[in-house]
Ligand binder design. Structure first.
Ligand SMILES: Cc1cc2nc3c(=O)[nH]c(=O)nc-3n(C[C@H](O)[C@H](O)[C@H](O)COP(=O)(O)OP(=O)(O)OC[C@H]3O[C@@H](n4cnc5c(N)ncnc54)[C@H](O)[C@@H]3O)c2cc1C
Ligand SMILES: *[C@@H]1O[C@H](CO)[C@@H](O)[C@H](O)[C@H]1NC(C)=O
Ligand SMILES: *[C@@H]1O[C@H](CO)[C@@H](O)[C@H](O)[C@H]1NC(C)=O
Ligand SMILES: *[C@@H]1O[C@H](CO)[C@@H](O)[C@H](O)[C@H]1NC(C)=O
Ligand SMILES: *[C@@H]1O[C@H](CO)[C@@H](O)[C@H](O)[C@H]1NC(C)=O
Ligand SMILES: *[C@@H]1O[C@H](CO)[C@@H](O)[C@H](O)[C@H]1NC(C)=O
Ligand SMILES: *[C@@H]1O[C@H](CO)[C@@H](O)[C@H](O)[C@H]1NC(C)=O
Ligand SMILES: *[C@@H]1O[C@H](CO)[C@@H](O)[C@H](O)[C@H]1NC(C)=O
Ligand SMILES: *[C@@H]1O[C@H](CO)[C@@H](O)[C@H](O)[C@H]1NC(C)=O
Ligand SMILES: *[C@@H]1O[C@H](CO)[C@@H](O)[C@H](O)[C@H]1NC(C)=O
Ligand SMILES: *[C@@H]1O[C@H](CO)[C@@H](O)[C@H](O)[C@H]1NC(C)=O
Length: 600
């Protein structure tokens, strides 16, 4: 008898487990209000109906936001403020600009305020049990699940139409355990145990009070969740490696409702995937155990400016040569102890970066270097020969080249100088690549100059800028193999993470957010083609990259992709967790206009 029933049952399960689309409120399968209320009751009443915070800026405040429109307008581009909102994300175009205040980029009068591309319901999670109950409930009902930590994501991966969102913001544990027992070796390790709703600024402040530093990014408001799962680079990654290689354990809730511990002794496959194999895909991390390092005694910084003098074409051309020579010198400088960040700018941006009084078809380099436990004289001795070469090659009167060094007596004063503005908003879609010696040193100068010009190509006359992070190098290369996790292997030989600020996604010019993003995808494809030619065996840092690259499997996951597909299938068999360019995302099509997520 069982022989007959089992295949039938299996068939039924397969059929209902892979419907063509995730559920929406327009479908009969969508739970009733009564069912949502009973979910609410089963998770300590922590379920929120989504209230777009900018609702107060629209006639009759349709969703009853309790934050005044004045505050929404003044705080909209503040990522720290955004991170305190259950539903808001820093790049709302990925939520279809569903409810914007009048001052926001992309605002259209009369567009109205809707839930649109925002999640339908949000779990304001305070316990793992609530997350487990809610995820299991949603997965069983064919409902898409998204995860929001801070909402910082540049590619909108922390939002999704008709989804149930797990908001981790209130998981804010932050403790130092000086003798945490390593689950595989039993060794006693000095760690921080951190809730996944925490943000790096707080973790760093606590670490510095203890004389320690942690693997933060450059902005204090960035969270642990997506940052670690994507890799996580920052001021100390040149020295100590990426954030994902500093994790010793994670606690994870799966879409099947399991509450798991993932480390080197149990659920090793999940542990591997969560270290660099992509955020928002395998489960919801609730807690991280992370390593830390002694705070440097002092930090030296050096600011370099290389700019064309005057607007002649010859100084413009010399500036492109100088930019190539500068970038080519960075691997040696990084091996010698320097880290930093470089801005490359063209057009009006170049003019304002370097206070030029004439327009230029050239390029401006604005580089900040830093090094720990060193001296300004030591830094100057490394950089000056490079600048001398650049000046010599350019001849007289075509370039301005300067270096100014400073000294900081402690890490916190250094960090506040280099950290960003915690800015949110903007409508750019970047295109990026990890570059190593093969690209920067072994590729002929002339070829590099051609590639650089394509990387800096922009629409219109405002020009553009690229952010080049000196975030690979020795610290990343020398990370022990067992700490590598699923991070793209290209990081091992990378020195620079080159982010071209690619295309503008202007929904007003294009007609809608969907069309604007499609335009950006097309514009960026020329850059992607160039990266594949310049750096065919490399990849990109998925957290700061073009989510529409036609080559995302190779670019973001490299040789790890197929194994990640299997791990994803094991821990999220209902495919409840979808993100743009995520593992398995080629099986789905997310349409911003309809909000529907359907099988491709
Ligand atoms: C201003 C700014 C500065 C930045 N600086 C740096 C930098 O210096 N270095 C760097 O490496 N990156 C940097 N980034 C990129 C950053 O890594 C990404 O924005 C990253 O997604 C942030 O993670 P989050 O958890 O804060 O964001 P969120 O938007 O909350 O989440 C991002 C992704 O992670 C998933 N996620 C979040 N929490 C969890 C969780 N607990 N479990 C499972 N999935 C989760 C989400 O579903 C989403 O897919 C910066 C971004 C911005 C906007
Ligand atoms: C969940 O319950 C709380 C407490 O009663 C209530 O404030 C909240 O609105 C409920 N959530 C939903 C989605 O109904
Ligand atoms: C708005 O309501 C939320 C949820 O009750 C609360 O946490 C928040 O403090 C309120 N904000 C204001 C400005 O009243
Ligand atoms: C997205 O925005 C477009 C117009 O900007 C609108 O037509 C469409 O209905 C929106 N979709 C959703 C799901 O909100
Ligand atoms: C989320 O839950 C916490 C703890 O119950 C509560 O203090 C906070 O106000 C809630 N936030 C919102 C937006 O409801
Ligand atoms: C760690 O400790 C456990 C329990 O005390 C023991 O069974 C195990 O063999 C130890 N492992 C190592 C690697 O020492
Ligand atoms: C300078 O270059 C621009 C574009 O590259 C070209 O249009 C212009 O004619 C050049 N001017 C001179 C003086 O060569
Ligand atoms: C730009 O500034 C330089 C030096 O200050 C000056 O010689 C030159 O005339 C200025 N050019 C223009 C176009 O104003
Ligand atoms: C300066 O240029 C010379 C000749 O091209 C080269 O050999 C040398 O390595 C360069 N020095 C630095 C510090 O880049
Ligand atoms: C630059 O100027 C110096 C001193 O005025 C001179 O000796 C040198 O030959 C010049 N170099 C070039 C390339 O014109
Ligand atoms: C770090 O240095 C700054 C500026 O010199 C000083 O104001 C601050 O108190 C120092 N902080 C610590 C923790 O020593």
């Amino acid at each position: 008898m069982f022989r007959i029933i089992i295949p039938t049952l299996l068939l039924a399960i397969t059929a209902s487990a892979s419907p063509a689309c995730k559920a929406t409120p327009y479908d009969a399968e969508w739970p009733s209000n009564i069912e949502w209320a009973s979910l609410n009751a089963s998770i300590d009443n922590q379920l929120l109906s989504t209230v777009p915070v900018a609702s107060s800026c629209w006639s009759e405040n349709p969703f009853g936001s309790n934050v005044s429109c004045g505050i929404v307008k003044s705080e909209w581009t503040n990522a720290m403020w955004q991170s305190n909102m259950p539903e808001s994300i820093s790049y709302p175009i990925y939520a279809n600009n569903s409810c914007l205040p009048p001052t926001a980029d992309g605002y259209v009068e009369g567009r109205g305020c809707t839930i649109g591309g925002l999640p339908q319901y949000i779990v304001n999670a305070t316990t793992e049990e609530q997350i487990s109950t809610a995820m299991k409930w949603a997965a069983a009902r064919n409902i898409r699940i998204v995860v929001k930590g801070t909402g910082h994501d540049l590619n909108g991966r922390s939002s999704g139409a008709f989804a149930l969102s797990i908001w981790t913001h209130n998981l804010r544990k932050l403790e130092r355990h000086t003798s945490w027992q390593h689950p595989a070796t039993n060794a006693s390790v000095d760690v921080f145990v951190v809730g996944s709703g925490q943000q790096w600024g707080n973790v760093l402040t606590t670490a510095l009070e203890n004389g320690r530093v942690v693997t933060t990014g450059q902005d204090p408001s960035v969270g642990l969740g997506g940052y670690i799962q994507g890799g996580g680079h920052g001021p100390i990654s040149r020295t100590h490696g990426l954030a994902s290689s500093h994790v010793l354990q994670m606690r994870v809730v799966t879409s099947e409702g399991q509450i798991l511990v993932a480390n080197d002794a149990e659920n090793q496959d999940l542990f591997w995937a969560l270290r660099g194999g992509g955020p928002g895909l395998y489960g919801v991390v609730t807690e991280y155990v992370i390593k830390h390092h002694p705070a440097p005694r002092n930090v030296v910084t050096g600011n370099v400016l290389i700019a064309p003098k005057g607007g002649s074409n010859s100084s413009a051309e010399r500036s492109w040569d100088a930019a190539v020579t500068h970038l080519s010198a960075l691997p040696d400088l990084m091996d010698a102890g320097l880290a930093g960040a470089c801005m490359v700018a063209t057009g009006e941006m170049a003019q304002s970066f370097a206070s030029l009084n004439e327009s230029t078809t050239g390029v401006v380099i604005k580089q900040v270097f830093w090094s720990f436990n060193s001296t300004p004289a030591a830094m100057e001795a490394l950089i000056n020969p490079v600048l001398a070469n650049i000046t010599k090659a350019a001849g007289n009167n075509s370039l301005t080249v300067s270096l100014t060094t400073s000294s900081f007596g402690n890490y916190s004063s250094f960090y506040s100088t280099i950290s960003g503005s915690d800015a949110a908003g903007g409508q750019g879609v970047s295109s990026s690549r990890l570059l190593g010696r093969t690209e920067l040193v072994d590729t002929p100068h002339k070829k590099q100059k051609e590639y650089l010009k394509i990387a800096m190509h922009s629409e219109g006359t405002t020009g553009t800028y690229a952010t080049v992070g000196l975030q690979g190098g020795p610290g990343v290369r020398n990370t022990a193999k067992e700490d590598w996790g699923a991070l793209h292997p290209a990081w091992r030989s990378a020195y620079l993470h080159f982010i071209s600020n690619g295309a503008t996604a202007d929904p007003i010019a294009a007609g809608s957010p969907k069309l604007a993003l499609q335009h950006a995808a097309r514009f960026n494809e020329a850059k992607e083609k160039m990266w594949r030619e310049w750096a065919p065996n490399s990849g990109a840092y998925m957290n700061e990259a073009n989510p529409y690259t036609s080559n995302f499997k190779q670019d973001f996951y490299g040789s790890n992709y197929e194994r990640l597909v299997q791990i994803k299938a094991k821990y999220d068999p209902s495919e409840s967790l979808f993100v743009l360019s995520g593992v398995g995302s080629d099986q789905w099509n997310y349409d911003l206009d309809s909000g529907r997520l359907c099988r491709a």
